[in-house]
Design a protein around this ligand. Structure first.
Ligand SMILES: Cc1cc2nc3c(=O)[nH]c(=O)nc-3n(C[C@H](O)[C@H](O)[C@H](O)COP(=O)(O)OP(=O)(O)OC[C@H]3O[C@@H](n4cnc5c(N)ncnc54)[C@H](O)[C@@H]3O)c2cc1C
Length: 378
């Protein structure tokens, strides 16, 4: 591998791999059928993964983006749903880490490390790709803020303890009029809709949120007024790196399932792996998974070095989500008719990977970011 992990990162990878094998993978089918798994969540909280991205002074693992990318990839080998859950947690807590006041960091980051669940709420029913078009409104009062509006498709909603909500504070100022707020689940006026019946990552919780005159203290404003949109976009870079590693993890899982099947299944008196038409699928899958990993860890290393990575993070996610869908289809094809059956895990992976080309920026939006960067560069 081009990017060499440190000894600590190798230990983290092995730990995450072991945890995935023993705890996560055995629960994935159950989550697909039943939804969020609180028992597994408690084990993840106890194992300390929730705060892997938070400095040690707040009780976290002190890891950088490479570290969370490692965990995301390993967890995704066992469950795309769990990787989705972790992504929501890290996105939201990272917003506090990078933008919060000292008091906010001291108040919330130890909670994130101890297992409190966080969610990141930007999307609204009429503003997804066009995130600047959000209509949720926070009005300043003498005591703090009053929040009205709604959100849609928010990962970890319904299970989260805290929501980072993006809302307009100065609607006439466009994206410079958007700010972020920390909203506890107990806030009066916060209504949480029913869990979405999703096609994939069904073990992750996703709901709509409605805000009816929620009164928030002044300290609920996260970071600087008017900087919410910029903060959200910077945090999405991290989310996109993680997403690309997740797709590498799901794709590798699909390859492994197909490999076992190709060894076992016989046709024309031979294991099907003996046919070049089947075997060549594995060459393509392997090459593309390697490329996904390289793009993901390259962008993660750039981010950890404190350099701008928006274009590379978007490129990594664009490649990983689009090729990941094709890899899962290739793997499914190896199973023939059985690939269509819910009795085989490959069927679930095909549904799970599809969702990643929508979350955290659709394919088209990522193409806009990457092509914009490429064409503007000298
Ligand atoms: C499982 C899941 C979890 C999610 N979790 C979160 C979360 O935790 N927090 C959060 O804030 N959001 C979350 N989202 C929302 C997600 O980020 C949005 O769904 C996504 O940004 C797309 O927005 P949209 O659904 O409104 O689609 P739209 O913006 O309506 O897009 C519809 C289609 O039009 C295309 N399109 C739109 N504009 C353009 C353009 N200018 N050029 C070309 N094509 C365009 C899109 O690519 C897409 O194919 C989640 C979504 C899902 C499915």
């Amino acid at each position: 591998m081009l990017i060499q992990f440190t000894e600590e990162q190798k230990m983290l990878r092995d730990m995450a791999r072991e945890f995935t094998k023993n705890e996560i993978a055995p629960r994935d089918k159950w989550m697909d059928e039943n939804g969020f798994d609180w028992e597994l969540c408690k084990k993840i909280q106890a194992a300390g993964f929730m705060g892997a991205n938070i400095p040690e002074q707040y009780g976290g693992g002190g890891g950088g983006i490479v570290d969370t990318t490692i965990i995301a990839q390993e967890f995704a080998r066992g469950s795309a749903s769990v990787a989705t859950f972790m992504g929501g947690q890290w996105l939201a807590s990272n917003l506090i880490l990078e933008n919060g006041t000292d008091e906010q960091r001291q108040q919330y980051l130890p909670l994130a490390c101890s297992g409190k669940i966080f969610a990141f709420g930007l999307t609204e029913a009429n503003a997804g790709s066009d995130a600047a078009g959000i209509k949720s409104l926070a009005v300043e009062t003498k005591d703090g803020w009053v929040l009205n509006g709604s959100k849609a498709w928010i990962t970890n909603s319904g299970v989260a303890d805290y929501y980072i909500i993006l809302a307009m504070t100065d609607p006439d100022q466009g994206t410079s009029g958007i700010s972020a707020f920390i909203v506890p689940k107990e806030a009066k006026g916060l209504a949480i809709g029913k869990f979405e019946e999703k096609m994939g990552v069904r073990g992750s919780a996703t709901c709509e949120l409605a805000f009816d005159n929620i009164k928030l203290p002044k300290e609920a404003l996260l970071g600087v007024r008017g900087k919410g949109f910029k903060m959200a976009m910077q945090t999405l870079d991290i989310g996109r790196i993680s997403a690309s590693a997740v797709c590498a993890g799901i794709s590798d899982h699909a390859l492994q399932l197909a490999k076992a099947y190709a060894n076992e299944r016989k046709a024309f008196g031979k294991p099907i792996k003996a046919f070049q038409g089947v075997a060549f699928r594995f060459a393509d899958m392997y090459a593309e998974i390697k490329a996904m990993e390289l793009l993901a860890y390259d962008a993660a290393t750039t981010k950890d070095a404190g350099l701008r990575c928006s274009q590379d993070a978007a490129a990594a996610k664009l490649f990983a989500t689009e090729r990941g869908i094709q890899i899962c289809l290739q793997a499914q094809a190896v199973f023939g008719g059985n690939g269509m059956s819910k009795e085989y895990d490959i069927e679930r992976l095909v549904r799970d990977i599809r969702v990643w080309s929508v979350m955290e920026g659709s394919t088209e939006i990522l193409r806009m970011i990457v092509s914009g960067g490429v064409l503007a560069s000298k």
